[in-house]
Design a protein around this ligand. Sequence first.
Ligand code: FMN
Length: 427
Amino acid sequence: MARVLVGVSGGIAAYKTLEAVRLAIKTGHAVRVIQTPTSERFVGRASFAAITGAPVLGGEFEPDPARGAYPGEPVPDRAPISHLALVERAEAYLIAPASANTLAKLAHGFADNLLTAAALAAPCPVAVAPAMNQRMYRHPATQANLARLEQRGVRIVPPGEGDLASHGEYGIGRLAEPAELLEACEALLRPPTWAGLRVLVSAGGTREPIDTVRYIGNRSSGKMAFALAREAARRGAEVTVVAAATTGTPPPQARLVRVQTAAELARACEREFERCDVLLMAAAVADFRPAKPAAAKLKKEHGVPVLELEPTDDVLGALVARRRRDQVMVGFAAEHGAGAVESGRGKMARKRLDAIVVNDISRPGIGFDADENLVTILSRTGAERRVEQSSKAQVARAVLDEVERLRREPREEADGARMGARSTAGV
Ligand SMILES: Cc1cc2nc3c(=O)[nH]c(=O)nc-3n(C[C@H](O)[C@H](O)[C@H](O)COP(=O)(O)O)c2cc1C
């Protein structure tokens, strides 16, 4: 079983972490705990020490009586040189509860106590479980801090909704339940199951030139695609992102191919497609482009131009025609209002995709350029999974879980035979 480091910061929910630690030990993990000074006002060290059977550390200058050993390990003869020995040896680091204050420090790289310094030095995966009053949780500063951490690959264990510690208040901000905290730890410990898989993700919105300055574009930020790429990399895949215009931050683990237009995106995807196992087509690709883009900037004095548009090539259609049976192809459909899911189902069948992720862009606060999404994932197996409004990282996890299911269920032979025929025709 694994060495798990638990960081406890200051909040009433610290008592729930005691139970999570108990569950982790019952599962067989060796747990050490570090606490912020404020957290000790909520739950004393003695409780965590008694449950873990190991001393609890609260400060950087305190010697560790166990000299960096986890329960069940022999105590070394010499004390470790570094105050960060515990995190250096941990296989997972869970920070629960993560107070608003600690989240802010983590997001900005502060290292002013043992818990935050350990997070900066952690060679292992890190999860944070926020817990606070709902107004603190919903505050844009806290949300931005969480988004920043998530972008860096920190796993967020979302808080629950219900009665809050402050009398009579109800809302979001309750620390995840102990079993969920344990599950988050176990998720960090799972081996990278996508090792050896090659994932191709298309991202952002294409820009079709009107002249040398202006273009027809769309509001896609690339955030959903980057979240998918980040999650695929976290699962161990080799990831290539073909990105048109984006405002989000691409994950550093992915190979990035920059493009502008639908035609460039199509060429880049065609080049990369052959060697990919999973295609996640999350880019917003223009359907129309100016038929004759001007070779210079159009002058205002020459009057209002009339744009003639022509259709762009069907990128996904061209790739599907060349697909191998073992490739999993996922499309995305931004649909407007009632009938979004039905329309997505039609697109999945028409384009012969394995799955399609439908989001209703008529709803405010989700989808284009937002940090959150609410989607329905439809699959060729007939499954329909709705992911309630949540961060794009969480939606990405659900999409990749569906890809995993699809990879376990090979296509029907008849379908495969058709695909073989198409693949020859398409080359
Ligand atoms: C009674 C009480 C309860 C608190 N509960 C929380 C909480 O649940 N979440 C939170 O973010 N802050 C809470 N705070 C505020 C934090 O303790 C405070 O921001 C502190 O600076 C956190 O320090 P730390 O992040 O170093 O542990 C609470 C404060 C008090 C006095």
